[in-house]
Write a protein that binds this ligand. Structure first.
Ligand code: N01
Length: 499
């Protein structure tokens, strides 16, 4: 049967994995085109993706909310320039309600694996509870940062106190008067450390690499301004556009002329100097790599929190965790009640082995011998009708991911239109199109600040950047505006082929 966008069907034509920004955007655009025969498989019990899972104290967006929201669904009610997690989660819930998406979502559907069957051109998805779903087209909206990473430290399991990852925050655990070890100083940790510092008796902050941190241009959005946005949507849109171009201009430093980053570094150094008086602490938190190589963080309360008497920044490596303590490479053993892992996500391993199987039962990881890669970050040769939203090399270090997601969803929509019009049952990107595309972006990436010599989750163990888009997002938008059928192997539906 050819893909038919018009007719609702008992057997779902499209399966979407995940109901975060990506999965919801896909579903909204399908419904806008009158396509109802899709199902969203969601492992959690609510929508929101990363904004449902990450609810640690202080969790907020580090992209301005006017831009970190759907272009077609502006929210005049944001109460801050950089909205906090509860507001972003509420925004996504509101979108799900407005577009009546919940009836399409199967909650508690934790995808174990997805297999493509060439004979029937069908994807079959199995969930952890033994259920099975099938569809012609599979869209992954799983995101690159959904599986928490734990450090590889001796004795981790022997710890008898309280321990949790920032993505699994236990709000039931009262940190008052507790001695807490925090491992990691990335985007998540710099948001929760100032919050827990106020309550905890001690915070031992284990910093492996100091992050570069810029002042956060955050402010409240008062009721008058919100009224204005409600009355004049064009005004909010103009603001959004201005933010977009302001953030986009950062590509000039990141990817066009990394020497420009020296100016930015000056601002970050000034931020340290203004907020930390102690020279020893200043030295500890000053990074020794080019700014921008790792994600630039923004905060106004992190450095002041580190300067408090109950915080100790420890730069010696952790060598062992014992039943009630953490031991560092200088031989210090510090007794703690709790360990909080701010150790990030498995960004280099977005789809673990055994998850996605394409033509001939090939595991996606076997197709990815030199690390994750896809044509436009969306399609992988040998994996027909499979589209990845927020796939390889489409992450950003400088602008809003929602912009990339909308570009990708537009591409998938055009792919579906092409399948319907041309009566295709399968589209499979040609290997040479994938190779040419990836050679081109790897060439561009080799000249960027992200490969200037630091260790970050952007690059894998071999120094290959498999996560970031190498330049301007409007270029990506241009490339994804149309589904390029000539780059794909097209399979006509046998039912429509006449003798
Ligand atoms: O994780 P990270 P995150 N011993 O990978 C350290 C997004 N995000 O959860 O730098 C000691 O950045 C590790 O050290 P090092 C955003 O895209 C967005 O904070 O590798 N330390 C690092 O300091 C972000 O980039 C928002 O040397 C160890 C930290 O753990 C991404 O999520 C908010 C260690 C991990 O930092 C991930 O952020 C929050 C060890 N063995 C997050 N192992 C927004 O506002 C690891 N580390 C949109």
């Amino acid at each position: 049967m050819a893909y038919d966008a018009g007719k609702p069907n008992e057997n779902k034509q499209i399966l979407i994995i995940g109901s975060g920004f990506a999965g919801l955007c896909m579903a909204i655009k399908l419904r806008e085109q009158g396509i109802e025969d899709f199902q969203i498989l969601e492992r959690g019990d609510d929508v929101g993706g990363t904004w449902r899972d990450n609810h640690y104290p202080g969790c907020a967006c580090d992209v301005q909310s006017h831009l970190y929201s759907f272009s077609f669904e502006p929210n005049p009610e944001w109460t801050r320039m950089f909205a906090r997690q509860p507001e972003i989660k509420a925004y996504l819930e509101k979108c799900a309600a407005k577009y009546d998406l919940r009836r399409h979502i199967v909650f508690g559907a934790n995808v174990q694996n997805a297999r493509y069957d060439e004979a029937t051109a069908t994807w079959t998805v199995k969930t952890a509870d033994g259920r099975s779903f099938s569809g012609r087209v599979l869209v992954s909206g799983m995101g690159g940062l959904s599986n928490p990473a734990m450090p590889n430290v001796k004795g981790l399991d022997s710890f008898k106190g309280k321990a949790f990852h920032s993505a699994h925050w236990d709000h039931g655990y009262d940190l008052s008067d507790k001695r807490v070890a925090v491992i990691g100083t990335g985007a998540s940790a710099i948001q929760f450390v100032p919050q827990i510092q106020k309550a905890a008796k001690r915070v031992d902050l284990y910093q492996r690499t100091a992050p570069w941190i810029m002042p956060k241009p955050d402010r409240e959005i008062g009721s008058r301004e919100r009224r204005l946005y409600r009355a004049l949507p064009a005004l909010q849109n103009a603001y959004r556009t201005a933010i977009y171009w302001m953030l986009e201009s950062r590509v000039l430093g990141f990817a066009v002329n990394p020497k420009l980053m020296t100016m930015v570094e000056g601002v970050a150094r000034g931020h340290i100097k203004r907020q930390i008086k102690d020279p020893a602490l200043r030295a500890k938190v000053t990074p020794d790599y080019t700014i921008g190589c790792k994600r630039i963080l923004i905060s106004n309360d992190y450095y002041p929190a580190l300067a408090q008497a109950n915080v100790d920044v420890i730069t010696d490596d952790i060598v062992e965790v014992r039943a009630n303590s953490v031991v560092d490479s200088a031989g210090n053993e510090r007794v703690v009640d709790a360990i909080i892992y701010g150790t990030g996500f498995k960004a280099q391993d977005p789809m673990p082995r055994g998850t996605v199987f394409g033509n001939g039962g090939v595991d996606l990881l076997d197709a990815w011998k030199t690390g994750p890669e896809a044509y436009l970050g969306l399609s992988v040769a040998g994996f027909p009708n499979f589209f990845m939203l927020v796939g390889p090399n489409t992450g950003l270090g400088h602008n809003s991911m929602v912009f990339m997601i909308e570009s990708q969803v537009a591409y998938v929509m055009d792919a579906l239109r092409t399948m319907r019009k041309q009566k295709l049952r399968a589209v499979d990107v040609k290997p040479d199109a994938q190779v040419t595309f990836n050679e081109s972006i790897q060439g561009q990436l080799s000249k960027t600040v992200w490969t200037s010599g630091c260790k970050s989750w952007y690059v894998d163990a071999n120094g290959k950047n498999t996560t970031l888009w190498p330049g301007f997002t409007f270029i990506y938008r241009g490339k994804t505006r149309r589904f390029p059928a000539t780059a794909y192997r097209l399979e006509r539906d046998p039912a429509t082929v006449t003798a």
